[in-house]
Design a binder for this molecule. Structure first.
Ligand code: RTP
Length: 156
């Protein structure tokens, strides 16, 4: 398809953390990605075991906050999603806002809905490489391939 030929189509792993689910922000976060024009290609709500979450955050295992982070991330169900679109990895991170809510701009998800870094409601892959690894970890059976009728109105 011509859209894929000329645009840098990417996929990113976006996760609504337990506090985002508990606070009823699932619809709000999905709404922002949908309205921006990104395409949802995978989604599930579940409570992964502790070892699974440790694997996801393996890069942070030496940090002092690691145990607290894993406790937080396994305190309730999370919503795991894969979103597709041109430059969605970087743009998705912009939509989430800076990791620390005190640095997150108003208008971003974190800027609008949270206060502390340890309860920052969402996760987004930080590079195409980590997105591919995270998508493979969270959706080992792959994602749904489907044609969105909106593409022709979103891409030139
Ligand atoms: P995320 O993976 O959740 O999107 O966050 P990130 O890349 O923006 O930030 P990263 O440095 O990878 O940290 C991952 C998550 O760990 C928690 N954190 N807590 N207490 C602390 O000082 C602290 N620092 C980081 C946050 O939940 C952060 O999103």
């Amino acid at each position: 398809h011509f859209i894929n030929k000329f645009r840098k189509m990417e996929r990113t792993y976006i996760m609504i953390k337990p506090d985002g689910v508990q606070r009823g922000l699932v619809g709000e976060i999905i709404k922002r990605f949908e309205q921006k024009g990104y395409k949802l290609v995978a989604m599930k709500l579940w409570s992964p075991p502790r070892e699974f979450m440790e694997k996801h955050y393996a890069d942070l295992s030496s940090k002092g906050f690691f145990a607290g982070l894993i406790n937080y991330m396994t305190s309730g169900p999370v919503v795991s999603m894969v979103w597709e679109g041109a430059n969605v990895v970087l743009e998705g991170r912009k939509m989430l806002g800076a990791t620390k809510p005190t640095d997150s701009a108003m208008g971003t998800i974190r800027g609008d809905f949270c206060i502390e870094v340890g309860r920052n409601i969402c996760h987004g892959s930080d590079s195409v490489e980590s997105a591919n690894a995270e998508i493979a970890l969270w959706f080992p059976d792959g994602v749904s391939e489907w044609d969105s009728c909106e593409s022709a109105w979103i891409y030139e």
